[in-house]
Design a protein around this ligand. Sequence first.
Ligand SMILES: O=C(O)C1=C[C@@H](OP(=O)(O)O)[C@@H](O)[C@H](O)C1
Ligand SMILES: C=C(OP(=O)(O)O)C(=O)O
Length: 436
Amino acid sequence: MAPVGNLTATRPLQPWTAPTATDPVAATLRLPGSKSLTARALVLSALATGPSTLAKPLRARDTTLMAGGLRAMGAHMSIADDERWLVRPHHLAGPAHVDVGLAGTVMRFLPPVAGLAEGQVTFDGDPHARTRPLGPLIGALGTLGVRVDVTGDGSLPLAVVGDGRVPGGEVVIDASASSQLVSGLLLAAPRFDRGVVVRHVGPPVPSAPHLRMTVQMLRAAGAAVDDGTPDVWVVEPGPLTGRGWEIEPDLSGAVPFFAAALVTGGEVTLQGWPHSSVQPVEQLRALLHSMGGDVTLTTSGLTVRGTGTVRGIRANLSDVSELTPALTALAMLADSPSVFTGVGHIRGHETDRLAALAREFAGLGADVTESPDGLEIRPRPLRGGVFRTYQDHRMAHAAAVAGLAVPGIELDDVSCTSKTMPEFPALWSGMVTGKN
Ligand SMILES: O=C(O)C1=C[C@@H](OP(=O)(O)O)[C@@H](O)[C@H](O)C1
Ligand SMILES: C=C(OP(=O)(O)O)C(=O)O
């Protein structure tokens, strides 16, 4: 595996003072590829009948762990070139070990793949990964004919003991804790003997756009998928074809930069944005618009302009739950209160994000309350101070956004941004100082 900088769980803490903006930002950025697109493209490529390429993939901790996990099971991965990764499918077999790090994608997408391998594949990750929801996937795999040995309490560590084939069939799952529990089953399902029928029963599945992305990418790889009935997904058995995947820039990673345009009354353009995207750009456009920004797609890219006044909003963030930290920081700097709902499940993300956001912003003087499924924010002046990131890249994004307007916000550790964007601190400082 090509070195990717300091991406291990044992990386030393890297304190960082969030830079304050003295002028409106004016930046044109080329940001790394989407984590979610890269993860899916890697899995589908490893399960295909022929080779695939990924153009402009994301090189970050989560995606190198995904490539490493697939490689451990036998797939051939050439990922030294930043612009183009090559995946050659190969017979999948254990014994193998998959380090999931803290990546939800790796811990939910690869156990179903391991069911297709011959032999034992063990899974474990960072200490906090052991607390992230996995039980419904383990149960579903059992129903579909995959042996999963679990030593913990419905979570990591676990071992999948495969015999090279998965019977598949119908399964009922409560995926309210994470859309990834469904995506993981669907991505491997074309290779199951009978495909899969996944039926969700329970509170709403969050992050619906990520499920649409899974379905679109499966279809692009040649799978027959029916998602016409709400909460039911049918994947027919059949071959997946190798292909060239064009990875779009990461929209979620771009959001803190866009937020900077709103906070400072500046303008940020994300270069290389496609005319048609599988990421939830319309939902983001509506949210940023209601918070006082203007989002346009031009020949130079996706541009966000701000006025310097941020408006508070009331919004259900279920579709874009991973944006909650950056939007919370924006809401802290708004001219009126905000109420965010629909994101109870982010208590099971890299950290309990609702608790962590409430605690850390309260430490800077904020008036914020947690609800079971969201946050209520009543803006008032913040002060500098220590902001703990809990190994969560998006906590670092939130602190960076607030730091634009509040001098002296000291992150205990910014190295957590290596999960999805190792270059975040440099890109961010470059944007604020105008050196991008
Ligand atoms: O499938 C994916 O690529 C993702 C799905 C979402 O997970 P949840 O449904 O757990 O929110 C999202 O938050 C995560 O960052 C990426
Ligand atoms: C929730 C996130 O990641 P994961 O894929 O690890 O769930 C995220 O990136 O915000």
